[in-house]
Write a protein that binds this ligand. Structure first.
Ligand SMILES: Nc1ncnc2c1ncn2[C@@H]1O[C@H](COP(=O)(O)OP(=O)(O)OP(=O)(O)O)[C@@H](O)[C@H]1O
Length: 251
């Protein structure tokens, strides 16, 4: 698979959800993982033919994990001529002070703290949109995690306005599957930093990913159908309770 297929997927998401508008200043949230590294490169290419002109920068929130490969990230930005800022924080120290009841660091707290830094920095740089590296499989996993753990049928939006921060979050790679991203990164020598988060591989999301992989082995068509279902609002058919006169009756 070629990088052009990423650009096609980004253009389709842009057209379908109006992700990018004239003179946007977009900050790519760069974790160092394959998804956001590819997103950064792909958006810089998309700049050349996007229907709406936009500018681009990247921000990595350095959580403070030991052994994080900052140099690899900096080299990558240099190689592709990308404007990258690395923001040092003490988030890891805070996480160690507030472990969960199994003694592990809390992913939700980490995510909230990272987001806070990211939004502040993006504002400081004059950005009006933050682009995240989420893809289609992330959207499906989020949907199922919300159903399993939160009794709700919901996933993240391709474009989401955060009113408190007056900032949009956009997810230009929602039409790509994780395996496509892995193949494209491999074929195009797009690097990823070594994963150093102590929770890596033991999250609820990883569990869901593993279950879905098994599920797709039996039902290969399900992956595309899940993705199509996310935009198929007309066919959404959920229960609607009526105001029943029996409501307060005890049996
Ligand atoms: N430390 C960070 N600094 C900036 N952005 C981040 C950071 N961590 C995560 N993000 C953003 O949030 C998105 C989802 O986070 P997640 O933790 O799932 O990423 P990942 O799987 O570690 O890496 P990636 O999605 O880049 O392969 C990332 O794609 C990236 O855009």
């Amino acid at each position: 698979m070629k990088i052009q297929s990423v650009l096609r997927a980004i253009r389709k998401a842009d057209q379908d959800f109006g992700l990018i508008e004239d003179n946007d200043k977009i900050c790519v949230a760069l974790s160092g993982g394959k998804d956001s590294m590819l997103l950064f490169v792909a958006l810089s290419m998309y700049q050349k033919f996007a229907p709406h002109p936009f500018s681009l920068c990247g921000i990595h929130v350095d959580v403070g994990f030991e052994d994080f490969e900052h140099e690899k990230m900096k080299d990558f930005a240099k190689q592709y001529n990308l404007d990258l800022h690395i923001e040092k924080t003490k988030i890891f120290d805070i996480l160690k002070l507030h472990p969960n009841n199994k003694g592990k660091i809390q992913c939700s707290l980490c995510s909230t703290l990272k987001k806070g830094v990211l939004f502040d920095k993006a504002k400081e740089f004059g950005c009006n949109k933050i682009a995240l590296g989420h893809h289609g499989d992330d959207a499906i996993e989020t949907l199922l995690l919300n159903m399993v753990h939160g009794s709700k049928i919901a996933t993240f939006q391709p474009k989401q306005y955060m009113s408190r921060m007056n900032m949009y979050m956009i997810r230009p790679m929602i039409y790509l599957k994780e395996q496509e991203i892995i193949d494209i990164c491999k074929n195009n020598q797009i690097p990823a930093v070594r994963r150093v988060c102590p929770n890596d591989g033991v999250t609820q999301r990883q569990q869901m990913k593993d279950i879905l992989h098994q599920f797709y082995r039996q039902f290969p068509q399900a992956q595309d159908n899940f993705l199509n279902a996310l935009a198929n609002q007309e066919q959404l058919s959920l229960w609607k309770k009526e105001n029943s006169e029996f409501k307060d009756m005890t049996i």
